[in-house]
Design a protein around this ligand. Structure first.
Ligand SMILES: Cc1cc2nc3c(=O)[nH]c(=O)nc-3n(C[C@H](O)[C@H](O)[C@H](O)COP(=O)(O)OP(=O)(O)OC[C@H]3O[C@@H](n4cnc5c(N)ncnc54)[C@H](O)[C@@H]3O)c2cc1C
Length: 404
């Protein structure tokens, strides 16, 4: 049998693929990452991606387990202790407060580029992790005991297991012949960072407009928020091409001046929104994690959190299999991960989809029902606390390192 180049080969060094490599590498499993992007210049990257991500307490625990969390500069780590959700068409609202369930925070707000840069820096010095940058996969070959991955430029790498973490479009998933069922929301999310006249007071705010939700996520700086505005593709294009003063005006108006006047302080970028789920999460010696396996609407801020739970669950399954001297690329081992995460991800997708439908229809009698429904949820502390715990990653079938 030819020698292996690595135990686990991860295709895609985004947040989820890197987190898996960190989890496995810190447990002594040799891991190689293949990443298409050439470099990790976070300033350059920021021009293309001004997203601020809401991260759960479960994600913090996962990232803490391999010492990543402490690499995030404290002055770039926002906390949100409360959440206020309201509706354009009716007068319903819901308020969530971490103090109600005896927690100090609901979650954290981190710029996508800061988290990515922290992961890249940590992995660079992890002895059991090797990174090939500027490389993409050309072909996959299956053998009885291993897989060979052929990269552009003819390099071939042999691994016991290949993990596809190469995002929504996942070329690796296509090479493995796994179907990805996609529902196009016909919406775009416009992301940017803004300065606000009033302090955000560590409250995440989301207003449901006719065409989609508009969220202001409180960043570390008291007067800075990450904005995610989901709307029609036509209006998104208009928002992207507006002059700064016009954009600031329509944004603060759409947000009812809840934080006073606003000033966008960087680039604006848009993302097409889709709901998607891979028909299978694994086949022999090949497994999907993160957006390569599923994608959801960003209104609940769960996509990357779900991906980190995939990474932690897969790492747990692989480490347990190794302890029992099982083949980590075998279907028996990989199916355990698939059953576990597919069920959990489907449940989260259904909750987000339900909320989306509830808020989507802003005409007819639904706004009245919605206002009544929001009022009902707001007054029922047991239901509200259950929603909060679930969204914070405090309940559900969690991997060991994510448990309280
Ligand atoms: C507007 C918006 C707001 C969001 N807000 C939140 C939020 O608040 N909270 C949250 O949890 N989630 C949020 N999400 C979702 C979150 O951004 C994604 O779920 C997450 O980034 C997915 O990470 P990933 O590593 O799986 O994939 P990606 O981030 O897509 O990374 C894939 C990596 O694979 C590489 N790659 C691609 N093809 C190849 C190839 N052929 N070979 C090698 N490498 C390849 C890419 O260069 C990239 O580095 C949001 C999404 C959007 C669009």
């Amino acid at each position: 049998m030819p020698e292996l180049d690595t135990e686990v080969l991860v295709i895609g060094g985004g947040i989820v693929g890197n987190a898996l490599a960190g989890l496995l590498g810190s447990s002594g499993i040799a891991c190689t990452i293949i990443e298409a992007a050439e470099e990790t210049d976070s300033d350059k990257h920021k021009q293309a991606d001004p997203r601020a991500l809401a991260m759960t307490v479960a994600s913090r625990r996962i990232l803490q387990s391999f010492n990543l969390w402490r690499q995030i500069p404290a002055d770039r780590l926002g906390h949100f202790r409360q959440m206020h959700v309201w509706d354009e068409a009716g007068n319903g609202s819901i308020d969530f407060d971490s103090a109600d369930i005896c927690q100090s925070t609901i979650g954290y707000i981190i710029e996508q580029t800061i988290l990515q840069a922290a992961l890249d820096a940590l992995l660079r010095y992890m002895p059991s992790v090797t990174i090939h940058r500027g490389a993409t996969v050309k072909a996959l070959y299956w053998h009885d005991d291993a897989m060979t991955v052929e990269l552009d430029g003819q390099t071939k790498l042999r691994a016991r297991l290949v993990v596809a973490a190469d995002g929504v479009h996942s070329p690796a998933r296509a090479l493995a012949g796994i179907e990805y069922k996609v529902h196009d929301y016909q919406q775009q999310a416009v992301a940017c960072v803004v300065k606000t006249a009033l302090p955000h007071a560590q409250i995440a705010r989301q207003r449901f407009l006719m065409d989609g939700p508009l969220a202001f996520l409180p960043m570390a700086e008291t007067h800075q928020c990450g904005v995610i505005w989901s709307t029609t593709p036509e209006y998104a294009n208009k928002l992207l091409s507006m002059q700064p003063d016009d954009f600031n005006y329509v944004l603060q108006s759409a947000f009812e001046y809840s934080l006073g006047e606003v000033q966008a302080s960087g680039p604006r970028t848009s993302f097409a929104l889709k709901r998607a789920q891979a028909q299978r999460y694994c086949r022999d010696r090949f497994v999907l994690i993160g957006d390569a396996a599923h994608s959801i609407h960003p209104m609940a801020g769960q996509g990357a959190n779900m991906g980190l739970l995939d990474a932690a669950s897969l790492a747990q399954v692989l480490l347990e299999a190794r302890l029992k001297n099982k083949d980590i690329g075998s279907m028996r081992v990989l199916r355990r991960y698939e059953r576990w995460r597919k069920g959990e991800n489907m449940a989260m997708m259904m909750v987000v989809e339900g909320l989306k439908h509830l808020f989507e229809n802003q005409t007819g009698p639904l706004p009245l029902l919605r206002s009544a429904g929001m009022g009902f949820i707001n007054s029922k502390s047991t239901l509200k606390h259950w929603i909060m715990r679930r969204a914070m990653g405090l309940t559900g079938d969690l991997p060991e390192i994510a448990r309280p």
